[in-house]
Design a binder for this molecule. Structure first.
Ligand code: HEC
Length: 581
């Protein structure tokens, strides 16, 4: 350390008592260094030696008052200010440390001047900010800070086991038909359930939506669709995801209401629906069954069961459930009334189930978060009740932890390979939270682009790619934000397709696949260069939702290696076992 310390002669007050305690400047500088070099702190933007990176060089040696002013007024530094919450002595220490980097002299009397200057700067800010406050202003001030959410968090879910059951019923069986493609050994395929509601405003002139939903299969290596099947219109419902059984043999897709006639009512997400099981080679339905609700998202759980969440459910149905694809029976699940809020989507690290929870009261039960966020963006609402994540132990069906997070209307959860952190994207506030799973502590909260939906970590887990869909805003989002996973810092904005909602790292660890709902296509990006490699057009512009990769090994056996919730079947690029292609 280049710190030059020059102690001023000790000033003696009355009766010879020193006016200032002897301070150890080395200690102060060391404390400043620790603060300066903390995770996501000053060094990230100003450089390890204060030489300047995104932020300017600090080698002019800012005073604590100047640093305080920056933290209060500079939007790029607002986040670090909230994390560090520096005391006066912290600001002093940082200033002393920066001066040491610049080889500047620090004397004890300098410190004294610094302290006085800081007090003056703070006092000035207080007077600058005093305006008359209404009753309403005061009420808002009481709860607008996110800390107040954490301070008085009360458990929402019931204590103890809350598991419930539902008996699914087969209502139709079908002949699977003929093979639509012949899988080859050592090849990887992608499956995509597509809807029939790509945004016509974004498509070429004359484009028309298909009459029904489709199951699409393609070659993942060549980025090509190889076969597809359009469901009969009377089986159609609004598609939101793609699910396959772990053995790669069956595709699941949302189906129409039991015994429904063709109608234009399919978009009523509050109406119950069915689940259709289709053959993964013929792509045709084999069964239609009740599931007690309307499927929203789904993924493989512990390499065998399927974790399903719903948009709405029947009176006796479940909101979150596990289905056994061997028997097509639901083996257990939970209901919203026991979770203490409206559940949105469910995720898993194959140990626990993590459910995005929404406060009720902003719309009909299942639209509460969606409508709340829409009204927040319109300015109709000024704030909302907190959203949180419920962690469920599926062996006991018990909520073991609740994670309130900063922002509104979480859409997606990404859990890292070590199961240490989860990332939660929040549409209503266009931000992302990184949360420590064990402690619930929020590591960082960072802005993404407008109203993000899906997200995915890169294979080295250094970057989080976030799809800025424009969810809940009515905005035609068409960018992907790349954030540094350790700090939340913006690294890049990638130009992409319209309204990408799901984004997933491919099982070879090299590509980011982004499903553009708006355009009915999948954009494939090279992770290393962030360049677009391919755009895979879905048949008849079907809007793609979710993605599943199936690998056929050397013996010709299939298994799912990646779905919307994570990597499966012993493949995980973050753990060094990426598929090679
Ligand atoms: C996320 C990036 C980021 C972080 C973290 C950050 N800064 Fe900054 N800082 C900036 C940027 C950008 C500017 C320039 C703003 C401008 O020019 O309007 C700046 C400006 C400043 C300035 C004013 C410099 C001048 O010459 O005008 C000071 C002083 C400063 N930062 C100190 C700090 C300290 C101390 C920390 C750690 C507590 C810190 N910054 C953390 C981005 C950052």
């Amino acid at each position: 350390m280049k710190l030059i310390i020059r102690f001023a002669p000790v000033l003696l007050g009355l009766w010879g008592i020193p006016l200032f305690a002897q301070v150890d400047l080395e200690d102060i500088a060391a404390q400043g260094k620790a603060l300066y070099e903390k995770n996501a702190s000053c060094w990230v933007c100003h450089g390890k030696d204060g030489e300047g990176l995104i932020g300017p060089s600090l080698l002019s040696g800012p005073t604590p008052a100047e640093i305080f002013e920056q933290l209060k007024s500079n939007p790029q530094m607002a986040a670090i200010g909230q994390v560090l919450k520096p005391t006066n002595e912290d600001l002093l220490a940082i200033s002393v440390y920066i001066r040491s980097l610049a080889g500047m002299t620090v004397e004890e009397k300098t410190l004294d001047g610094f302290r006085t200057g800081l007090v003056a700067a703070k006092a000035k800010q207080e007077t600058d900010l005093i305006f008359p406050k209404t009753e309403r202003d005061l009420a808002i001030e009481q709860y607008q800070a996110f800390e107040t959410v954490l301070a008085d968090w009360q458990r929402r879910s019931k204590e103890g086991p809350i598991g419930a059951s539902y008996k699914s019923r087969i209502i139709a069986e079908f002949d699977p038909g003929k093979a639509k493609f012949k899988p080859r050994k050592n090849r990887t395929y992608f499956y995509e359930n597509v809807g029939n509601s790509a945004n016509l405003a974004l498509l070429r002139d004359g484009a028309k939506n298909a009459a029904s939903t489709q199951i699409v299969v393609g070659d993942a290596q060549r980025h090509k669709v190889i076969a597809s099947y359009e469901l009969p219109v009377n089986l159609r419902a609004a598609v939101h995801t793609t699910i396959l059984s772990a053995d790669g043999k069956y595709v699941y897709i949302v189906g129409s209401k039991p015994k429904s006639e063709p109608s234009n009512q399919m978009r009523a997400l509050d109406a119950p629906a069915t689940l259709i099981k289709a053959d993964a080679i013929t792509l045709q339905p084999v069964k239609q069954m009740t599931m007690g609700g309307r499927l929203h998202h789904g993924q493989i759980f512990r390499d065998s069961l399927l974790l399903l969440d719903t948009f709405s459910r029947d009176e006796n149905g479940l909101d979150i459930m596990l289905l056994d694809p061997e028997t097509d029976q639901i083996v257990g699940g939970v209901r919203d009334e026991d979770l203490g809020g409206s559940s949105y989507t469910a995720w898993t690290d194959d140990e626990y189930i993590y459910v995005l929870m929404e406060p009720t009261g902003y719309g009909s039960h299942r639209s509460t978060g969606m409508l709340g966020a829409i009204n927040l963006y319109k300015g109709v609402l000024t704030t909302m009740k907190p959203f949180w994540v419920a962690k469920i132990d599926p062996d006991k069906w018990q909520v073991v932890q609740e994670y309130p997070y900063a922002g509104f209307r979480g859409d997606w959860i990404v859990i890292d390979a070590q199961k240490e952190f989860m990332y939660v994207t929040a549409a209503g506030t266009s931000n992302v939270n990184k949360i420590h799973l064990e402690s619930g502590e929020i590591r960082w909260t960072s802005a993404a682009g407008i109203s993000p939906y899906g997200a995915s970590l890169t294979a080295d887990e250094l970057e989080l790619w976030v799809a800025n869909k424009g969810e809940t805003t009515g905005h035609f989002g068409r960018t992907i934000s790349v954030l540094a996973a350790d700090s939340g810092r913006q690294l890049a904005t990638v130009f992409s397709g319209y309204e990408v909602d799901h984004i997933l790292l491919s099982p070879n660890g090299k590509e980011m696949w982004a499903t553009s709902n708006g355009e009915g296509s999948i954009y494939v990006f090279d992770v290393a260069t962030r360049e677009k490699k391919a755009v895979i057009q879905m048949p008849q512009y079907g809007d793609p939702h979710g993605l599943v990769w199936v690998h056929y090994d050397a013996a010709g056996n299939a298994r799912v290696v990646r779905d919307q919730g994570g990597f499966r079947g012993g493949v995980n690029p973050a753990l060094g076992n990426a598929l090679r292609y």
